[in-house]
Ligand binder design. Structure first.
Ligand code: AMP
Ligand code: ZN
Length: 465
């Protein structure tokens, strides 16, 4: 299949550019992942819904995607600029756990699992791999050794640092003025950074007698930035197509990743750099430390379906900041419910997707993932009297491949809740190609007196006589 043209806003060039893959038909993508010292908040989840829509759009456009989201399970200091306590250590203390590698692994496991549940509840497709930083310590050490051999690293009493003055291209992603703005809080704190040659130099390896791994420089743990350089290289090669993160990653984290990787390999790290905007709460950035720490669990406790949150995110362009309010989420939940109801009313059976509307939908997505326009199109499309219900249903199923609202898995009303639960579970198993579980669940459903027939438009459920 010939790939569709796709235009993406590239932070590197500050303009929309046509996506040209390194290898025809393939896209390699790295999304900076969570630090697993606590639950992620719904602001964090925007970064992964965005990455998921990007992945689904690439697939929709004909690409095979290799998607990597890293799990930071060590070495992320509370500030991006190398000071403060390590976030994982902070998590250990909060939970009354000893500061040991084993306890840290336990903590990381707990919150990695919670993260996987979060992304699955938001219909975020599982990435190709979710590599953990602690499982790639040797790769990180090798990379630091390579940088040291090329003269890019120097040693201070608290760690090994990257010498940004040696890199004339340092900061090419921009945001350096934002970095300078950070200096008041972080860079100028002489107590933590007194031996740094330049305030913007950053840690490649931090010494830690308390917690750490052996290295040629002494016991300690890797800096946060180096893990992304090491793992992206391992899973996607020295140069790959797309790198994403939240806008807060631009000034420090991504400039530092570029500096490390490109000076080690003499090759570009990634060609397209995409960044999603923040979710604000009461006009401030949602953050773990601030009052507005809302998790997916909080949403569910207040009666919201996680997919309603996804719907709400899709109503804005990924580069526009969003102000979270409970009323807005309520509106999204109602809209999603209306869409599900409409979907069910369309009946079941064979239909053909409307090529005209598929083209319009593609045009919106190809314009830097314009999901608000794509969603508006869905509602206009449903009003079109010239398209039959079954064709509408078939078209919606296609749209949902990108929107990810789980329309195909919706269970009609009137089905007892225990049967509905099994049907949903079975759809989950089918999504992961787990046919054995799907078959077992079908037998359980039949045992309760219902038959399941899998059709192109989702499962058809009937009461058996
Ligand atoms: P962290 O665990 O802090 O590295 O954040 C994980 C991801 O969430 C990163 O891509 C951040 O850019 C993103 N992020 C953090 N806070 C917000 C927010 N309030 N709204 C949207 N994205 C956020
Ligand atoms: Zn990263």
């Amino acid at each position: 299949m010939k790939e569709q043209s796709l235009y993406l806003f590239n932070t590197l060039t500050k303009q929309k550019e046509k996506f040209l893959p390194i290898k025809s038909g393939w896209a390699g993508m790295y999304n900076c992942g969570p630090t697993v010292y606590d639950y992620v908040h719904i602001g964090n989840l925007r970064a992964y819904v965005f990455a998921d829509v990007l992945r689904r759009t690439l697939e929709w456009s004909g690409y095979t995607v290799r998607q990597i989201i890293n799990i930071t399970d060590v070495g992320h200091l509370t500030s991006d600029a190398d000071d403060g306590e390590d976030k994982m250590t902070k998590g250990l203390r909060r939970e009354g756990l000893p500061v040991t590698i084993e306890a840290m692994r336990e903590l990381a496991e707990k919150y990695t699992r919670a993260f996987e549940e979060d992304i699955s509840a938001l219909n975020i497709l599982h990435p190709t791999a979710l590599p953990r930083a602690t499982e790639h310590i040797s790769e990180q050490i090798e990379l630091i050794k390579a940088l040291e051999a090329k003269g890019f690293a120097y040693i201070t009493s608290d760690g090994v640092y990257f010498d940004t003055a040696r890199d004339p291209n340092y900061g090419k992603l921009g945001g350096l003025s934002a970095q300078a703005g950070l200096s008041d809080e972080s860079f100028v704190r002489a107590d933590t950074n007194s031996e740094k040659k330049h305030p913007r130099d950053f840690a490649l390896w931090k010494f830690s007698p308390e917690l750490g791994w052996g290295s040629p420089w002494g016991k300690g743990f890797p800096g946060w930035h180096i893990e992304c350089s090491a793992m992206s290289m391992k899973y996607l090669g020295e140069t790959f197509d797309i790198h994403t993160g939240g806008i807060d990653h631009i000034p420090i984290h991504h400039n530092n990743e570029i500096a490390q990787s490109e000076n080690a390999t003499n090759a570009p790290l990634a060609y397209y750099w995409l960044h999603s905007a923040f979710v604000n709460f009461k006009s401030a950035k949602m953050a773990k430390s601030a009052g507005g720490f809302i998790t997916r669990k909080t949403l569910e406790e207040r009666g919201f379906n996680s997919v309603s949150y996804r719907y709400w995110l899709l109503t804005a362009h990924y580069r526009s900041p969003l102000e979270f309010t409970w009323e807005a989420l309520d509106g999204a939940q109602n809209a999603l419910q209306r869409l599900k109801n409409r979907f069910l009313e369309l009946g079941s059976g064979g239909g053909a997707p409307s090529q005209v509307y598929l083209k319009k939908f593609t045009d919106f997505l190809s314009d830097d993932l314009n999901t608000p326009q794509a969603l508006a199109l869905v509602w206009n499309f449903l009003k079109n009297p010239e398209i039959s219900d079954l064709d509408k249903k078939a078209t919606l199923i296609e749209f949902d491949k990108v929107l990810g609202l789980g329309l195909a898995g919706i269970v009609p009303t009137g089905i007892p809740p225990d049967v509905a639960k099994l049907i949903e579970k079975r759809e989950g198993a089918r999504k992961h190609d787990d046919w054995q579980t799907a078959d077992e669940l079908r037998r359980e459903i039949e045992h309760l007196g219902y038959s399941v027939k899998d059709t192109d438009t989702g499962p058809r459920i009937q009461k058996m006589n």
